[in-house]
Design a protein around this ligand. Structure first.
Ligand SMILES: *[C@@H]1O[C@H](CO)[C@@H](O)[C@H](O)[C@H]1NC(C)=O
Ligand SMILES: *[C@@H]1O[C@H](CO)[C@@H](O)[C@H](O)[C@H]1NC(C)=O
Length: 975
């Protein structure tokens, strides 16, 4: 009672701002005390400028593609499919590599990203953490944070002090981009924060820092890890509550479908009766660990059929805000990965790591088009489903949910009751229409659901002045052109469809098609039946019905006439364009339609446009074509020749150098860090030995760590406990002689006893090279990101102790030198420290006539350098990857650098990644490139890379932004 009274006061504008904190979320028209805010919501949907909007969003981490000129390509591809939103984590660790030293430039620039989003015209939900999880090292925490005493993600004073600068600056960067000045419509507080369902002081402190730094025009959002209602009633912190769902899990090796949840609507009703059903993250793919099945398997787990069944189930539950995690995954370049993922973060997402479009993207495009064209969905109510004894389908193998809007538009979301059935099922459907209750199809045949198929069947569907009584085909979109209502319907090839449109027309003409669809006029309706095949067009009165098979419908694009504005109103496309790989925009100027897009292969361009259009250009070139009886223009679209040959590394000239000189007794480690610490604040203490040797305690937070332990006397061996995160490996040497390795398993730790062959009378040196697979995440939160890396424990056998331990990681540790590529890019191997991965390094003294294909014949590490030129036109999108051939029986690891950027960590014995995409801009597509690859043989026998080459995945004629090579320093500037 008290709350609603407060709310009334608020509406009257009488409230002091301080009291607005206790307003519950979801009060209509309310966002953070501003009833006049442009971005609000109620129990149905988001409202922007009082327009109801479906937020159809996808997750994209701009910092996972450090070539910023490619960001617009990803966002335009999302927008072209019908995404009107993008959800974005920001990475604290890569921004503040040293406490107090924040760098928001280059790929880290929130401002630059938001400018691109604004230019493209896509809404943004920012998720700055400070904790993000995201399968990234430390879950986004900087390595230095692991040295604090306090519990992270609590209100511990040292933790609070640590995030102040970052959160202050990120809020200040976002604030000028809040809608309507910019694209930001929400800012998420923390991430999957599971501690306490009540007021957590930490959350309140975060909220006040956001608000005090200008985030006061848009809702503060929250994503609950599961539908548990944490912060759902706001607790003065959160305006808009939602929860994550990954119904098919992350086991990419078993691509069976899990069951479909029927409970989402109930979750909303229970936790946010005044708010909409919001999925801040819904499964868009899956991550994959070392030794996993690879991202093509993850794609299969979450493919177009998964998207069809599971996303439509979200709509059956009336989700009106949905963000697919990931929509573009990108790359864990430069040590961004945490231990449970490898370099690729492709994620099996709809837009693949090389930015190519998948079949899942096409499925999503069909759904997004429908939702944006269908205002009635946003205010529909769930009327019933197969669970409450309502029988819609005549076959209990079909589960149906009925939603109905107050204007009587009905949505019947039908899917197979069993998500795992691969066989088709057929049924008829009892539906409600303004012409009474009907069982459809009425004129013979059945409706088919293929295995793993779902359909949204509508009745009383108004489009313009026309009305679909029902169709057993699905609606892609509709528009009105030249005062004629045009609707696009589709079904899988070979499926029977029946479409009934109310009309006063007395005749119908089939103006395009090959006999796939039959028509008749009966009882004030036009009835269209048949199996869609290609494009069929039926025309009557001021109505045109396009019926297509689903694959053909998938080639169509529905660009808006104002391509760069947000997709809030005017949802009806000005044109429909079929055929090309991608349409970025299409604008009509007088009698000319100018289409801008990408071509992957020559084919036919089909255009539905106003009659006044008599000329069509594609990327500026005039096309020749004709208009048919249906008014559809078609002409040949020829892919321009792409004059690009990709050189082969098979014939490359390599120079190589030993990259583990630290095993020699004579190696000078006097400038290395000397381990001095005897205590640690971490929960995980040393297991043996007097000194704390954890790399993070000495400022080394990523990549390989090298240790040199000195001792005199005649110890007979050593017992080592090493820790590097799951799948790590290490090798140990005594006085240059190989002792042995641990080659990697799902365990984050290995304890081994190594017997010494013989010791010197003077100084003995135990050299250890340890792989850091990234810091653990801190999901729970239990400070697991503080789990140490490096030597966890040591003990000499046969008497004595080490006289000193020297530690080396990346050059400079927290005072790293490469401002552009950032704090995480480099590890601690010799070739990295001397700068041999950088362009301009003088390798003339390195050994000639060697190759990673012949490799090394003993345990150790060798670095190989080569250069190659590319000459790929700026108007082509030619994603290039480095391809390794794995030898699973050979225990070796490689680090891959391209032009100074670390873009790969390869583990031959674990896999699965063998293909490493290098984004244009990191790779110089029009000039010289430097590639460095290492072989670290963990076996005494040595190792070689069975095959190594570069190759293009596709060659697309493209209108993406022209990508210049990222301006990054070379050897001369950095060493
Ligand atoms: C939303 O609120 C309206 C009016 O307050 C109410 O009539 C309707 O039933 C609510 N819908 C849901 C799904 O809670
Ligand atoms: C269409 O897209 C191209 C490529 O991104 C862009 O250069 C052009 O400005 C866009 N046209 C309009 C009208 O927005």
């Amino acid at each position: 009672m008290k709350l609603s009274a407060t709310f009334l006061l608020l509406l009257a504008g009488l409230l002091r701002p301080a009291l607005t904190q206790i307003i519950p979320p979801g009060s209509p028209g309310f966002v953070h005390g501003k009833s006049s805010a442009a971005v609000t919501f109620d129990n149905s949907s988001l409202l922007i400028d009082n327009n109801r909007v479906m937020l159809f969003s996808g997750e994209f981490h701009f910092w996972r593609i450090p070539s910023p000129q490619l960001w617009s390509d990803v966002l335009q591809k999302m927008k072209a499919a019908g995404f009107n939103g993008v959800s974005v984590y920001v990475h604290w660790g890569m921004t503040e590599g040293k406490q107090g030293h924040l760098d928001w430039n280059f790929h880290r620039s929130v401002t630059a990203f938001l400018q691109v989003a604004k230019r493209v015209g896509i809404l943004v939900v920012m998720r700055p953490g400070p904790y993000i999880n995201a399968e990234t090292t430390g879950g986004g925490f900087p390595g230095w944070l692991s040295n604090i005493q306090g519990l992270a993600r609590s209100n511990a004073q040292d933790y609070t002090n640590a995030w102040q600068s970052y959160m202050t600056q990120v809020a200040q960067a976002i604030a000028p981009f809040q809608y309507p000045a910019g694209p930001v419509i929400g800012v998420q507080v923390e991430n999957e924060f599971t501690t306490g369902t009540n007021f957590a002081p930490y959350m309140v402190t975060l909220e006040s820092v956001l608000r005090n730094n200008g985030i006061n025009k848009v809702p503060l959002t929250y994503n609950d890890f599961n539908a548990a209602g944490r912060y759902a009633s706001g607790q003065g912190v959160v305006d808009l509550w939602g929860f994550d769902s990954y119904p098919n899990g992350f086991t990419c090796s078993s691509p069976q479908f899990a069951g479909v949840s029927t409970g989402y609507a109930g979750n909303r009703n229970q936790y946010v009766p005044n708010g909409p059903l919001y999925f801040p993250e819904f499964q868009g793919g899956s991550f994959d660990p070392y030794g996993g099945s690879g991202y093509d398997a993850c794609y299969t787990l979450t493919n177009n059929e998964f998207a069809n069944v599971f996303y439509k189930n979200n709509y059956a539950n009336h989700a009106t805000l949905q963000s697919l995690y990931m929509t573009f995954g990108g790359t864990n370049w430069g040590n961004l990965a945490t231990t449970n993922v490898y370099t690729s973060y492709d994620y099996g997402a709809p837009i693949r790591e090389d930015r190519t479009l998948s079949t899942k993207y096409t499925e999503i495009k069909l759904q997004a088009n429908f939702l944006h064209a269908t205002q009635a969905y946003l205010t529909a109510n769930i009327m019933g489903s197969s669970s409450d004894g309502q029988t819609y389908a005549t076959n209990n193998q079909v589960w149906t949910t009925n939603l109905r809007n107050s204007d009587q538009t009905n949505f019947y979301v039908a899917r197979q009751t069993s998500a795992t059935n691969l066989n088709p099922v057929t049924f008829s459907l009892r539906v409600s229409t303004t012409a009474g209750a009907l069982t459809i199809p009425q004129f013979g045949g059945t409706i088919t659901l293929a295995g793993r198929e779902s359909k949204i069947i509508v009745t009383n569907y108004v489009f313009g002045q026309s009305k679909l009584r029902y169709s057993t085909a699905e609606v892609m979109t509709w528009t009105t052109i030249d005062n004629t209502d045009i609707i696009v319907l589709y079904a899988l090839a070979g499926q029977n469809t029946e479409t009934v449109i109310e009309t006063s027309a007395t005749s119908v003409q089939l103006t395009q098609g090959n006999g796939a669809i039959s028509s008749r006029v009966t009882g004030g309706t036009v009835v269209l039946t048949g199996n869609p095949n290609g494009v069929s067009v039926a025309q009557f009165g001021r109505t045109k019905v396009f019926i297509m098979d689903k694959a053909t419908a998938g080639t169509f694009w529905s660009p808006r006439q104002s391509p760069t504005t947000f997709d809030l109103t005017n949802r009806q496309p000005a044109t429909l364009i079929g055929g090309p790989y991608l349409v970025r925009n299409a604008t009509i100027a007088g009698s000319t339609l100018n289409v801008v897009g990408d071509i992957s292969s020559s084919g036919t361009l089909s255009v539905v446009a106003p009659a006044a259009v008599n000329t069509v250009t594609f990327n500026g070139a005039k096309l020749t074509g004709t208009k048919n009886a249906a008014g559809v223009w078609s002409g040949a679209l020829t892919k321009p020749a792409i004059a690009a040959t990709i050189p082969s590394l098979k014939t490359a000239t390599w120079r190589c150098s030993d990259s583990l000189p630290e095993v020699a007794n004579s190696f000078d480690d006097s400038k290395w860090v000397t381990a001095t610490k005897t205590t640690t604040l971490r929960e995980q203490k040393p297991t043996a030995g007097k000194l704390v040797l954890f790399g993070d305690e000495y400022g080394f937070h990523q990549g390989n760590l090298i240790y040199r332990g000195h001792f005199t006397g005649h110890a007979t061996g050593v017992t080592l406990t090493m820790q590097g995160g799951a799948f790590f490996g290490y090798s140990a040497f005594l006085n240059g002689k190989f002792l042995g390795s641990s080659t990697g398993s799902s365990s984050d730790q290995a304890t081994n006893t190594w017997n010494f062959p013989a010791t010197n009378t003077g100084d003995n040196v135990l050299t250890i090279v340890n792989d850091n697979m990234g810091l653990d995440e801190d999901f729970s939160p239990t400070d697991s990101y503080k789990n140490p890396r490096g030597v966890r424990g040591y003990q000499l056998l046969g008497g004595g102790d080490f006289s000193s331990w020297k530690i080396q990681g990346n050059l400079g540790g927290e005072s790293w030198v490469d401002e552009v590529r950032g704090p995480l890019n480099e590890g601690g191997l010799w070739f990295e420290r001397v700068g041999a991965h950088l362009p301009g390094y003088d390798d003339s003294k390195w050994t000639a006539n060697c190759s990673p294909l012949t490799g090394i014949t003993a345990a150790g590490i060798r670095a190989y350098r080569t250069t190659f030129n590319l000459n790929i036109p700026a108007t082509a999108d030619v994603p290039i990857s480095v391809h390794f051939t794995r030898t699973p029986s050979s225990n070796y690891r490689s680090v891959l650098y391209v032009n100074g950027w670390q873009f790969g960590r390869f583990v031959s014995n674990l896999g699965p990644q063998t293909v490493y995409p290098i984004p244009e801009g990191i790779l110089n597509h029009r000039g010289s490139n430097t590639l460095v690859v290492t072989i670290w043989s963990l076996d005494a026998a040595g190792a070689k890379i069975a095959a190594l080459d570069i190759a293009a995945s596709v060659m697309i004629s493209s209108t993406k932004e022209v990508v210049a090579t990222v301006n990054s320093p070379g050897f001369a500037q950095l060493r």
